[in-house]
Design a protein around this ligand. Structure first.
Ligand code: NDP
Length: 242
């Protein structure tokens, strides 16, 4: 179909911000490649024109194979939302280093695997958008966020470098830096004290905000003409001062 909207790929589409972005781009008429480990959650979305793949972003080959399969069906990926991430927040001295490994592998290497699967195609076409999921914790540090912040600072640094590298190729790199958004992200926090402190802080500012607000901003940024780029989206609850 000549007038079909381009394919959008999303990692971590099974819940939270990824799910909200999937729904928004589907409603706007885009075919989708949705990836996550919980395939049942992707299926439950019931979105049309969607290739659903059980992909762990740590598996570079599986991610690239999913992109190839979706591109065979719907044409090139024009936007990759490298969104999948985990927040194993906790006291750094007490935390098992395996939690550090998991955050580093998913939040940094997983993001690079997502970029790798589509970047050269975008360069060849001189068209495309990488949407990189960082956090407000990629701009400043917070208690018990030590390695999580490290992974998100990584995303900021790589995105800035990629943005400069890809600019002459007309490929956009957009960093997304949310504050407290209501999702399932806290399910990954095992440290009871950290969790209690986070929840108390969240309650004190009146709670988080909806993932739909983040999705609206991403679709608005994507829909700008290709020669215009929203370099970063920073969105927090109004009462979130830090
Ligand atoms: P959720 O826990 O609701 O979503 C996380 C998503 O990532 C899920 O779809 C999960 O799917 C996926 N995921 C996790 N690990 C992997 C993996 N190894 N391979 C593939 N997919 C994976 O939380 P959010 O929506 O909040 O998180 C999305 C992103 O937003 C994360 O990068 C997070 O750091 C970031 N963020 C969140 C904020 C918030 O306040 N909520 C604030 C700032 C940034 P599955 O388990 O099915 O694989």
């Amino acid at each position: 179909m000549a007038d079909r909207k381009p394919l959008v790929a999303i990692t971590g589409a099974s819940s939270g911000i990824g799910e909200a972005v999937a729904r928004a781009f589907s409603a706007a008429g885009h075919p989708l490649l949705l990836m996550a480990r919980r395939l049942d959650r992707l299926e439950a979305l019931g979105l049309p024109d969607a290739v659903l793949k059980k992909v762990d972003v740590r598996d570079r080959d599986a991610l690239a194979a999913a992109v190839r399969e979706a591109e065979d069906a719907y044409g090139p990926v024009d936007m990759m939302f490298a969104n999948a991430g985990v927040a194993r927040l906790g006291d750094i001295a007490a935390q098992p280093p395996e939690d550090w490994d998991e955050m580093i592998d998913i939040n940094t290497k997983g993001v690079m695997n997502s970029v790798h699967a589509v970047m050269n195609g975008m360069i060849a076409r001189k068209h495309g958008t990488l949407v990189m999921m960082s956090s407000i914790a990629g701009r400043k540090v917070y208690p018990d966020h030590t390695v999580y912040c490290g992974t998100k600072f990584f995303v900021h640094a790589v995105s800035e470098s990629l943005r400069e590298y890809l600019a002459p190729h007309d490929v956009r790199v957009i960093v997304v830096s949310p504050g407290i958004i209501d999702t399932e992200v806290l399910d990954g926090v095992k440290d009871e004290t950290t969790l209690a402190n986070y929840r108390a802080n969240k309650a004190a500012i009146g709670g988080g905000i909806s993932a739909d607000i983040v999705a609206e901003l991403i679709i608005d940024a994507y829909d700008k003409p290709q020669r215009a780029i929203v370099q970063e989206i920073v969105i927090t609850p109004t009462r979130q001062k830090y």
